[in-house]
Design a protein around this ligand. Structure first.
Ligand SMILES: Nc1nc2c(ncn2[C@@H]2O[C@H](COP(=O)(O)OP(=O)(O)OP(=O)(O)O)[C@@H](O)[C@H]2O)c(=O)[nH]1
Ligand SMILES: Nc1nc2c(ncn2[C@@H]2O[C@H](COP(=O)(O)OP(=O)(O)OP(=O)(O)O)[C@@H](O)[C@H]2O)c(=O)[nH]1
Length: 481
């Protein structure tokens, strides 16, 4: 491998110390009826960067949130419609609660309408909620693909939410102006200085209501003698609780308001995912708490996907294990089902945990396997932060190609020249080849699997990008001749 070949690999952004965290960025929620184009708008606002992370078909549909940016300002974008497909049955009640959660949590609401269909009864209902909330709202009349349709969109003023922005999310029409309006309505950057993040690996407990998160957190805090100090700030500010575990610095990450507002979360079980977003954004390792008495649900899978897509490591706590151990068959089935239904997490560490006895909720019960859970978190963090030596990575690439050569690309042979790890948290492998994107998904998966196995990268996403030799390089060669 020569220097010149190395320089052909165009490096993405420099690795970010500790990974980018947008935990304090304003939260923007997209709400609207089914099929108005929320996902299309979401994709347009979140942009291409996210797309690299997805190496599996079907993941896009489950994408719930991402980071959008415009003119250098970042915001967290939530597609509430994606929270649960069963919500999209057109039931006004469900849509109402969707709007309620968005109102409660978001700093700005993007209310999407269909310019072709005009305002429906449900739209009027949502609009009434939004008006009462006093939250900033930006109204988009989507599918305004032409001048004629733009005119039709003007009728949507009747909703009484101020200016209506005719846009075409699918074609990008007027989306720039819409983003300008979005920035104007974002709350000004917070005046309180951001809470400093203590050094160490950040982990957060996430899961469905009643899974046992508070119990686990309280037990952990007690066992590890974590000091909880009163921190100034609002309920949406993060709480960082540093502690030492086997000489390592760990930081338990939590969001104050999320635990306090237990009842709200319970009332809207399906939408509690929105609340996990801020916490998730601030952490490196997500401990996904599964209630073993219920097993993995669709919502658990969605939370896990959200974490994975955002580049987090995931450890699974199969919690309340005490309640399934008495039935050996049930216990076996639960474990197998957990492994199978979370297989997309790529062999995550699954730890059976429980806290039993009096005062359990206050963290005073007897705990099982909490140390194992922390060990698994430490291992997952190490995988996430792994820096694979270039020489070894290229050896593995050569061995992989020798065992199983890549299929032809457009009737041309594919040559893979060089691999390098361009980023970590999560690892990004860049391979230079004779053509860009010349590997099919199967072969990419094969290469990723080889890398995962060789370096024990469990429970973390691994990204792979194949870059071709650039045109500039060809020109340079032509000049030489
Ligand atoms: N003509 C036109 N069609 C669009 C536009 N944006 C979205 N669509 C189409 O509208 C349909 C619904 O788009 P989605 O983005 O899936 O809508 P959604 O609101 O997320 O739908 P749910 O997931 O059901 O809530 C798709 O067929 C899109 O291709 C647009 O700007 N113009
Ligand atoms: N049997 C058993 N019960 C548990 C265990 N851990 C927690 N529980 C019980 O499960 C219930 C819910 O626990 P919480 O810790 O409040 O759950 P949570 O996930 O914080 O709930 P939300 O705040 O609503 O999201 C409580 O009644 C706990 O006593 C366990 O290991 N075994």
């Amino acid at each position: 491998m020569t220097e010149s070949e190395m320089s052909e690999v165009e490096m993405p952004e420099a690795p970010n110390e500790g990974g980018p965290s947008f935990g304090s960025a304003p939260l923007v929620a997209i709400i609207g009826r089914p099929n108005v184009g929320k996902s299309t708008l979401f994709n347009r606002l979140v942009g291409r960067r996210e797309a690299i992370v997805e190496d599996k078909p079907g993941v896009t549909r489950d994408r719930l949130y991402g980071v959008g940016s415009w003119e250098g300002r970042h915001f967290l974008l939530v597609d509430t419609g994606g929270v649960d497909p069963s919500l999209d049955t057109g039931l006004p009640g469900d849509i109402r609660s969707q709007a309620e959660v968005a109102i409660e949590e978001a700093d700005l609401i993007l209310f999407v309408l269909d310019a072709l269909e005009g305002a429906t009864t449900v739209d009027f209902e949502i609009a009434a909620h939004l008006r009462r909330s006093g939250k900033p709202v930006l109204v988009a009349a989507n599918k305004a693909d032409s001048d004629r349709r733009e005119l039709a969109a003007a009728a949507l003023h009747e909703l009484g939410l101020g200016e209506v922005h005719p846009i075409s999310a699918a074609h990008g029409r007027n989306v720039g102006d819409f983003c300008d309006a979005l920035l104007e309505r974002l709350p000004a950057a917070t005046e309180v200085a951001p809470v400093p993040i203590p050094p160490g690996t950040r982990l957060a407990f996430i899961g469905r209501p009643n899974a046992g998160k508070s119990t686990l957190i309280n037990t952990l805090m007690r066992e590890q003698r974590v000091i909880v100090s009163e921190q100034p700030g609002t309920t949406r500010d993060p709480i960082y609780l540093p502690f030492k575990y086997k000489d390592r610095d760990l930081v338990l990450t939590d969001t104050a308001g999320l635990r306090r507002r237990k009842q709200v979360a319970r009332a809207m079980e399906k939408l509690a995912a929105i609340k996990s977003i801020r916490t998730m954004e601030r952490t490196q390792v997500v401990v996904l708490v599964i209630d073993a008495t219920e097993g993995v649900t669709d919502q658990d899978q969605r939370l896990a996907r959200m974490a994975f897509i955002r580049g987090k490591g995931v450890v699974v706590a199969l919690h309340k294990w005490d309640r399934v151990t008495k039935d050996a068959k049930l216990a076996r089935d639960r474990l197998r089902h957990t492994q199978e239904s979370l297989a997309f997490l790529e062999r995550p560490w699954i730890v059976k945990t429980s806290v039993v006895g009096e005062g359990r909720d206050r963290g005073e019960g007897r705990s099982f396997n909490l140390d194992e859970l922390l060990d698994a978190s430490v291992r997952t963090a190490a995988a996430l932060q792994k820096r694979i030596p270039t020489a070894a990575l290229n050896q593995e690439l050569q061995a992989a190609v020798a065992d199983h050569s890549p299929p032809m690309w457009r009737a041309k042979p594919v040559r893979l020249y060089f691999a390098t790890q361009a980023d970590s948290e999560p690892p990004l492998i860049v391979i230079s080849a004779n053509h860009g994107r010349c590997l099919g998904p199967d072969y990419e998966r094969y290469l990723i699997r080889r890398i995962r196995t060789r370096w024990h990268l469990r429970g973390i996403p691994v990204r792979l990008v194949v870059r071709g030799r650039g045109r500039g390089n060809k020109d340079a060669k032509a000049k030489k001749r």
